[in-house]
Design a binder for this molecule. Structure first.
Ligand code: NCD
Length: 316
């Protein structure tokens, strides 16, 4: 098994064989998590601190569970109530935590690049749990695991990523990963929500759902990231649902066994029909949540092996 990284900051620096290493180990943790006794020691003795500067339900919960199941001491910092409010900078906060000797730091931050910056200032392993519209590597890995288990492979699939591509770190990390694994990627959404220059990336771009979904194996929906819009991107939510919302009729253009994905949280009736989202014959949305815990266990396990292989660094 080769995974020679100190941090997990994004999909961009990972090689295809390293992605496969993470997914193979994640498969083992999926089985482990289905057991009654879910306690292992891969992170025993290590301290994991979760710093979420943006709200999160599933990502934070699954990083916390992942750490606890592997025996780490896990602390959740309530960043809303922290010294940040009193004007402390991100770096000051990081340096303060660093002095408490954490081994794993899980960080979500609203600014793209903030997690990379923080990783340069601390001497523990840093995992990016989403930075602005830049990357969300564990989401792309859990999506990849879900696809690989549902389709039996992770290459030469036709995959549509639909909706608010421009504001989405999930789309960006998925695009990078699925491209590295040699899949055909189609991006579908209104031109106002499509990043400029995206066609240079070797993807096909559509603004019509029925055309874009034609014969795809996987339909990945995205949330409309209203908090990252300063108005004027879509005419109305009703109009958006009519044109870009996934329902059974539009899904009819994809392959008969195409799976439906969504990273959550969902806006039912805006980007996806609620009944379709709950249809266990088509939707793998709950599988994605299950895979999330396993992927985070695998990622922290691999980073911890590298940590233990290095001599202890003494912090001044
Ligand atoms: C995503 C995120 O925060 O980037 N959610 C998640 O991690 N499950 C997607 C989103 O917020 O729409």
């Amino acid at each position: 098994m080769r995974f020679d990284h100190r941090h997990l900051l994004g999909i961009e620096p990972l090689r295809p064989d390293e992605i496969t290493t993470i997914l193979d180990l994640s498969d083992q943790y999926v089985d482990f998590n289905r057991r009654r006794d879910k306690h292992a020691n891969a992170l025993a003795g290590l301290t994991q601190i979760n710093m979420f500067f943006e709200n999160s339900t599933r990502t934070q919960a699954s990083f916390e569970l992942a750490g606890k199941r592997l025996g780490a001491d896990v602390m959740n910092m309530a960043m809303q109530a922290s010294s940040i409010k009193k004007g402390e900078t991100l770096i000051d906060t990081a340096m303060t935590l660093n002095a408490m000797h954490p081994d794993l730091l899980v960080v979500r931050h609203p600014h793209s690049g903030a997690v990379d910056l923080l990783a340069q200032k601390v001497n523990c392993a840093v995992l990016n749990a989403g930075d602005g519209r830049h990357e969300h590597p564990t989401q792309a890995l859990l999506d990849a695991l879900t696809i690989r288990r549902a389709k039996g492979r992770l290459h030469r699939l036709s995959i549509a990523i639909c909706g608010d591509i421009a504001h989405s770190r999930v789309a960006r990390s998925n695009l990078l990963l699925l491209h590295k694994m040699e899949n055909r990627i189609r991006l579908i959404g209104p031109p106002t929500l499509m990043p400029s220059g995206i066609d240079a990336f070797g993807v096909e771009v559509f603004d019509d759902m029925r055309e874009g979904l034609q014969d795809v194996d996987v339909v990945m929906m995205l949330r409309l990231q209203k908090e990252r819009m300063d108005g004027g991107f879509i005419p109305s939510e009703r109009e958006y649902y009519h044109r870009y919302g996934l329902d059974a009729e539009k899904l009819g253009h994809a392959k008969d066994d195409a799976i439906v994905m969504h990273p959550g949280p969902m806006n039912r009736g805006v980007e996806i029909d609620g009944t379709l989202a709950d249809d266990i014959n088509r939707s793998v949305i709950q599988d994605q949540v299950e895979m999330g815990v396993a992927v985070r266990m695998a990622a922290m396990d691999l980073l911890a092996r590298n940590l233990r292989a290095r001599p202890t660094e003494v912090v001044a």
